[in-house]
Design a protein around this ligand. Structure first.
Ligand code: NAD
Length: 468
């Protein structure tokens, strides 16, 4: 048996073909993953369909199974963390925390109640609104938080009584394959199927007749394709897509006090976070100090192989993304931007890029206008707050944003004027299982997390009982 197998109907399934998974710290193939055939996808879908009736009937079994799944992840967090570091690149401590976080999310959803709401109870009728599972869920995930983002789908979907076929990114399939393996003894056969393959496999899933719901996290461009593929069967979709999240400093912000927090929220996971800070707007009066404080921080952090002790930031996850970051930075510099820190790839094997702070850069430059998704942060000047807000809002994105001020009330008031699904005052990237997360505009459709995320895996049903 190969190191990693798919999980279909509770059993290990190898594939006739496989593909290499590259360790981004070395650029070398680290292991291989099965490349599912259409017949194997059909088998996974049929198995998920067959598992539905028993799974949706027994709520207590679902609660118990999700708690047990969380306990398995807690117990194996370091082992699975190593797999995440190998395929994704992030430091081992962060990867292990990703697995622990996945367990926390499972426990949260295990204990979340699906309410029945009585909307009429009089001499004419007793009317309740209840939430029913949708059926088979097709879950498609990206490569930045391969395990956690899979669990953001799995936990609410299964809690609500659905079954699932999960397909991870071809760049990071191993941790999801291992997830399927370690949950084989915890979940009944067919409740969770894990298949791996290329982008084609995602398209086969979205066009497949069995799923009633597609839960997708990834880029805007793919999200639009998913929405189109869902339309002929009117499959329900949740789309968690990209962001180009602004942070705006107000004129009373203290550069020394905020720089570390800004840096942490821009460079978490090496900038590969959908809702990371992707551009910073700074008033003229603070500009020099903020750029220098961010640059000093960028120069001080340790970049390296995520398996090595003391490393804070790993490589960019994959070659196309590495080339994109390099191209956006080089283009900005060629256009007159100044690299206050970094600005170049790091010599040697792997997809390492210097933590980069770009100054003297304007809207209209691609690294400001587009999602860079990597370790490079543009810092943009503004003169007038209204103008900064217009620029922050003047994009197709609307995932999140933050405003920073010595006056928390003022920060919150200005933050509320950002057109985004989450706005923060004096913080950024504060996410939690009970907090709904989703995007305005092209950043998404629907939300994940909290009761609202759970409802996204249900259909509303009215149960109307006549009286008299
Ligand atoms: P991507 O869109 O390239 O791929 C995402 C997934 O979709 C992968 O599993 C891929 O194989 C699959 N896929 C590709 N083509 C498909 C198709 N035609 N039909 C169905 N599935 C298909 O995205 P990525 O590069 O893996 O991830 C980075 C993007 O994800 C960034 O834009 C980032 O902002 C976004 N993201 C969003 C969130 C969020 O919650 N909003 C979280 C993390 C990442």
């Amino acid at each position: 048996m190969p190191d990693y197998t798919m999980t279909i109907d509770g059993r290990a399934v190898a594939a006739e073909r496989d593909f290499g998974v590259v360790n981004p710290a070395t650029g070398e193939v680290a292991d291989r993953a099965p490349d599912a055939t259409r017949e194997q996808l059909d088998a996974a879908m049929e198995s998920a369909l067959a598992a539905l009736p028993a799974w949706r009937r027994d709520e207590q079994a679902r609660v118990k199974a999700l708690h047990a799944a969380a306990d398995v992840l807690f117990a194996r967090s370091e082992e699975i963390g190593r797999i995440i570091t190998l395929e994704q690149g992030k430091p081992l401590a962060d990867a292990t925390m990703e697995v622990v976080g996945a367990g926390v999310w499972l426990k949260y959803f295990a204990d979340l109640e699906l309410p029945r709401e009585v909307i009429q109870d009089d001499d004419r009728a007793f009317v309740e609104v209840v939430r029913r599972p949708m059926g088979v869920v097709a879950a498609i995930t990206p490569w930045n938080y391969p395990l956690l983002l899979a669990i953001w789908k799995l936990a609410p979907a299964l809690r609500a009584g659905n079954t699932m076929v999960l397909k991870p990114s071809p760049f990071t399939p191993l941790s999801s394959l291992r997830l399927g393996e370690v949950l084989r003894d915890v979940l009944p056969p067919g409740v969770l199927n894990v298949v791996s393959g290329g982008d084609d496999l995602g398209a086969w899933m979205t066009g497949h007749p069995v799923p009633r719901k597609i839960s997708f996290t990834g880029s805007v461009a793919t999200g639009k394709r998913v929405a189109q593929a869902a339309a002929p069967d009117l499959k329900r979709v949740t789309l968690e897509l990209g962001g180009n999240d602004p942070a705006i400093l107000l004129d009373d912000a203290d550069p020394a006090a905020v720089a570390d927090k800004l840096f942490a929220a821009a460079f978490q996971n090496n900038g590969q976070v959908c809702s990371a800070i992707k551009r910073v707007y700074v008033p003229e009066s603070l500009y020099g100090d903020v750029v220098e404080a961010l640059a000093a921080k960028a120069r001080s952090v340790k970049v390296g192989d995520g398996m090595a002790e003391g490393v804070q930031y790993g490589p960019v996850n994959n070659k196309p993304q590495f080339e994109r970051v390099n191209e956006l930075v080089a283009e900005a510099i060629a256009g007159g931007a100044r690299a206050a820190a970094g600005g170049r790839p790091i010599d040697g094997p792997g997809y390492f890029f210097e933590p980069t702070i770009l100054a003297d850069v304007e809207d209209g430059t691609r690294i400001v206008d587009e999602e860079q998704f990597g370790p490079a942060l543009p810092v943009v000047r503004y003169r007038d707050l209204e103008e900064a807000l217009d620029r922050a809002n003047g994009t197709h994105f609307g995932l999140s944003g933050s405003v920073w001020s010595a006056d928390p009330e003022r920060a919150a008031e200005v933050a509320a004027r950002l057109d985004a699904g989450t706005v923060w005052a004096n913080t950024h990237l504060a996410l939690a299982p009970h907090q709904p997360f989703g995007g305005f505009k092209w950043s998404g459709v629907g939300v994940e997390n909290g009761p609202w995320g759970l409802y996204g895996f249900t259909e509303l049903q009215v149960v109307h009982r006549a009286k008299g």
